[in-house]
Design a protein around this ligand. Structure first.
Ligand SMILES: Cc1ncc(COP(=O)(O)O)c(C=O)c1O
Length: 356
């Protein structure tokens, strides 16, 4: 029996699972959102079991695509494709715009699932190693572009796990020069960096080599429903339709996303609240003598605690808080904590002081 060599050499994504007392635990390890509009909750509860479960989903819901375009003020040249989570959108971009043996450029460290998608598609991954203390620059990306001639350049912006951000105004130059690559800008956390939620979307209008991915898992608090979207220039969108698997797009997830966008101002306020809470956490961690990688532009903060992160993780876990520590040697001194509303984070900081 044959096994695909790229699959054989890869390591599966391991989900942290759910503890038995999930509802009593404060999960600050996966950057999930902590707010869902009451309007969205009410709407989800009102859906019939036939619509949620018995029927096959309808494919892409056109009102959701229209609303995404309106909310983000997208022009005629842009196409939106929906996916069950932005992970699926990123995987589809990689598979569609590269072949095994081609090169992809990525920052190290970077969001782990994208690494897995690239590996299992047989790509040659060229990492740009940037210590989390330093930001990734467009110059560094361009140097790598001229050196490796990649089919794809990928980066999360804001960056997971450092929270650093390349201002979209600087990305014009990358789009202009790196014409032979598809540039995937993963904007899972853009809402916590740019309150207009615009990010790099205007670049998509102008450049066929730019793709922007977004998710409803973070600000919109819908991680469990699995819904995200990719925006690309109209000229390349039809290629992505081949692997899109629209049967996996559920009705409930699309309608929850649609209802969320209909109450966008509530989410803009939620994003402001997270930004304020994030500043409080960054200051509190600094006061404890921790080295904070900041300012963070995501709904999380990366820091170097004064004690071993694994030990700190265990102590916090015993007290009901899950955080994120790293086994990779480059990141072993760091810990990441998701940012929820201020009252929750005040409890977290209090507990942190107690267990140090
Ligand atoms: C940078 C980044 N991109 C994408 C995702 C995945 O988003 P989704 O839940 O839409 O698949 C995550 C989740 O943590 C992430 O950190």
């Amino acid at each position: 029996m044959k096994i695909n060599k790229y699959i054989a050499s890869a390591e599966a994504y391991s989900s942290p699972g759910w503890p038995d007392n999930i509802e009593d635990i404060i999960r600050l390890g996966m950057n999930e959102g902590d707010f869902i509009s009451p309007h969205v909750i009410e709407y989800i509860k009102s859906l019939s079991i036939d619509l949620i479960a018995r029927h096959y989903p309808p494919g892409e819901v056109p009102q959701l695509i229209e609303t995404i375009k309106q909310v983000h003020d997208m022009g005629e040249n842009v196409e939106v494709l929906l996916y069950p989570g932005s992970d699926n959108g990123i995987d589809n971009l990689i598979r569609t715009f590269s072949e095994p043996g081609d090169t992809i450029i990525m920052r190290l460290p970077e969001y782990g699932n994208t690494v897995l998608f690239a590996q299992t598609h047989g790509l040659n991954i060229q990492y740009i190693e940037v210590d989390p203390i330093n930001n990734l620059s467009v110059d560094t990306l361009l140097q790598a572009y001229y050196k490796y001639h990649p089919a794809i350049i990928y980066f999360s912006n804001p960056h997971n796990p450092s929270g650093q951000f390349i201002p979209p105004s600087e990305l014009n130059r990358l789009a202009e020069e790196a014409q032979d690559s598809l540039i995937i800008i993963d904007e899972a956390y853009i809402h916590f960096a740019d309150i207009t939620f615009t990010g790099a979307l205007p670049l998509v209008e102008k450049y066929p080599n730019i793709a922007v991915t977004r998710t409803f898992s973070k600000l919109f608090g819908l991680a469990g429903l699995r819904i995200g979207f990719t925006t690309v220039n109209k000229t390349i969108a039809h290629h992505l339709r081949i692997l899109q698997r629209i049967k996996d797009l559920t009705f409930i997830s699309q309608m929850a996303a649609l209802k969320s966008l209909e109450h966008i101002e509530e989410y803009r306020q939620a994003a402001r609240d997270i930004m304020e809470s994030r500043a409080y956490v960054e200051n509190s961690l600094r006061e404890l003598g921790f080295h904070v990688i900041g300012p963070s532009y995501g709904n999380f903060v990366l820091f170097k605690p004064t004690i071993d992160p694994k030990v700190l993780y265990e102590r916090l876990h015993e007290r009901g808080y899950i955080t994120r520590f790293y086994t990779d040697s480059r990141m072993a001194k760091y810990m990441r904590v998701s940012i929820w509303k201020k009252t929750i984070m005040e409890g977290f900081i209090r507990t942190l002081k107690e267990v140090l």
